[in-house]
Design a protein around this ligand. Structure first.
Ligand SMILES: NCc1ccc(-c2ccco2)nc1
Length: 329
């Protein structure tokens, strides 16, 4: 039985976290977005039109002695932010850190939307959601984690995303040096293919937790913390000068003073998003006004605990116990 670890780097403003993987023989190195909110491993490839590739590394199945085309299989995915991609499928060897899966479904892109073309550092996505929502047709394929988990000491992975600093994904073990205090555990609802859970409540600043169930997903592939409109409104009502700016598509507020912390419950514990993490990014060159890291989940149907929430914590994605563990660090 094995364990593994791989470093992940924060892009500017922690908009996404990019992690190296190797595909094929000899190994082709790509850097991709590990996404617990989806379940396809897809990469830029030599099957794309040259105009859609702007700086990304590409997978060339013809340059791998271990690639095997999954005849007749195709995939197509559209994400919550409207971005999309599609293509065909190969089985090939995929290595992350010291962990190797010999016959991983690698979804080679033939088309990607402009959001991906215009993101030069991101060579694709590696889904860490449940394989039930893999988009390959006619036969959905397993995620890397689902394929590797039988070889792991224990079927879990952990995330340790950081603000503007390299973090890590660990597979098969909980590193006691990576967190402080106790881990708060909460059951996972994977019926929609996501790492879903329900938080019992929230607080703004130092107030006591308000009882207000928040059902959402732990999603490393979403940048912000997207919550019910009523909670977002309650939070920004306590932020000086905050207002909803339709041109920016969300709440903005003066970058100073630092806004209050946002706290959400996880079972009997709490997770604190420090006010300076709610200051997501300046919207003007003078850094006068900032776009909020907490925005509304309207229209999605559930809340999304994205990177703004995840980077405050050490989080255990436990497929064995079907539970999420959150700890301070
Ligand atoms: N939540 C999945 C996801 C992840 C990344 C992206 C993306 C778009 C452009 C670059 O990256 N879109 C959606």
């Amino acid at each position: 039985r094995q364990t593994g670890t791989v470093e992940t780097d924060a892009e500017k403003h922690d908009v996404e976290y990019l992690t190296p993987i190797s595909i094929g023989t000899p190994p082709q190195d790509l850097i991709v977005d590990f996404d617990t909110g989806s379940s396809d491993l897809w990469v830029f490839s030599t099957e794309m039109a040259a105009k859609d590739i702007k700086g990304q590394a590409v997978y060339d199945p013809n340059n791998s002695s271990t690639s095997e085309k999954l005849q007749g299989s195709t995939w197509q995915i559209t994400y919550g932010d409207g971005s999309s991609s599609s293509g065909d499928v190969y089985l090939d060897t995929v290595t992350i850190g010291n962990l190797t899966v010999p016959n991983q479904a690698v979804e080679a892109a033939k088309k990607v939307s402009d959001e991906f073309t215009d993101d030069p550092n991101n060579d694709g996505l590696l889904g860490l959601g449940f394989s039930s929502i893999n988009t390959v047709q006619p036969t959905p394929q397993n995620t890397f984690f689902d394929n590797v988990k039988k070889n792991l000491d224990t079927p879990l992975f952990t995330t340790d995303l950081k603000h503007g600093a390299p973090g890590s994904y660990n597979f098969g073990y909980i590193d006691p040096a990576a967190y402080i205090g106790n881990i708060s555990w909460t059951p996972v609802d994977n019926s929609q293919g996501f790492w879903g859970f329900t938080s019992p409540g929230y607080a703004v600043g130092t107030e006591t937790l308000r009882n207000h169930s928040i059902s959402g997903i732990a999603d490393t592939g979403t940048t912000l913390l997207l919550l019910p409109k009523s909670i977002v409104k309650a939070y920004y009502s306590e932020v000086q000068g905050a207002q909803y700016d339709s041109s920016q598509g969300g709440y903005v507020f003066p970058c100073s003073p630092t806004p209050p912390d946002f706290v959400f419950g996880v079972n009997n514990g709490i997770v604190t998003v420090p006010g300076d993490m709610v200051l997501y990014a300046p919207i003007d060159s003078a850094n006068q006004n900032c776009f909020g890291g907490i925005q509304s989940d309207t229209g999605i149907g559930f809340s999304i605990f994205g990177d703004v929430a995840l980077k405050t914590s050490f989080v255990v994605f436990d497929a064995g116990g079907l539970q999420l563990g959150w700890a301070a660090k």
